[in-house]
Design a protein around this ligand. Structure first.
Ligand SMILES: N[C@@H](CCC(=O)N[C@@H](CS)C(=O)NCC(=O)O)C(=O)O
Length: 199
């Protein structure tokens, strides 16, 4: 399998999941500057017409996109690692949590990459603060979002990393959660492989 990624982008989440799952995944870095080229100079639009990372190329040659789907696929390749509940209501709660992260946090915090100004920026930041409060409520007093570590934590971690980079203060509970996820060896390994410092 090959994961197309950009350092620190949402592709970091499936990268962490691959490491947590112990799967051998080749990395291919996509450059956003000067057109979307892979590190071998291929046209990334030919792999994902949206031009967005992450994309996962399977050994069959098929390509999967959409971060939360990649993470579900990777988790399913190593069921013994229990990276996402697959039974009962816990399964639906896990999917609910992933969708919340994708649509509210990934796209919510990600809006700051478009560099909104003035009132528009204030509105984006107010929305992010509200959604971070909701995230903290979902974690509550548990170590991880679904109780045990899951792909949802890898995804939430990436969006919290962005929030911190944009100087949005995390509550003490969310900061402790961020540090707990970051301390995991698989997270450290993925950060190092992407050349990223710990936050
Ligand atoms: N719907 C996609 C969106 C992925 C996405 O937003 N990727 C960002 C990086 S975090 C990207 O590649 N942006 C560049 C672009 O879309 O042109 C998913 O959930 O995976």
């Amino acid at each position: 399998m090959k994961l197309y990624y950009a350092p620190g982008a949402c592709s970091l989440a499936p990268h962490i999941v691959a490491k947590e799952a112990g799967l051998a995944v080749e990395l291919d870095k996509v450059s956003f500057a000067g057109g979307r080229k892979t590190q071998n100079g291929e046209d990334f639009y030919a792999i994902n017409p949206q031009g967005a990372v992450p994309a996962l190329q399977l050994d069959s040659g098929e390509v999967l996109t959409e971060a939360q789907v990649l993470m579900q696929y990777l988790a399913a390749q190593a069921p013994e690692k229990k990276l996402l509940p697959t039974e009962g209501f816990a399964k639906w709660h896990g999917l609910e949590t992933l969708n919340f992260i994708a649509t509210e946090l990934h796209k919510g915090v990600g809006a700051l990459f478009k560099n909104p100004q003035g009132d528009a920026r204030e509105a984006v930041i107010a929305n992010i603060k509200n959604r971070l409060g909701l995230l903290a409520g979902k974690i509550s007093d548990r170590p991880y979002l679904l109780g045990e570590f899951s792909v949802a934590d890898a995804y939430a971690f990436v969006t919290l990393r962005w929030a911190k980079a944009f100087k949005i203060d995390l509550s003490p509970a969310l900061e402790a959660y961020f540090q707990r996820v970051q301390a995991r060896p698989a997270v450290q390994a993925a950060l190092a492989a992407e050349g990223l410092p710990a936050g």
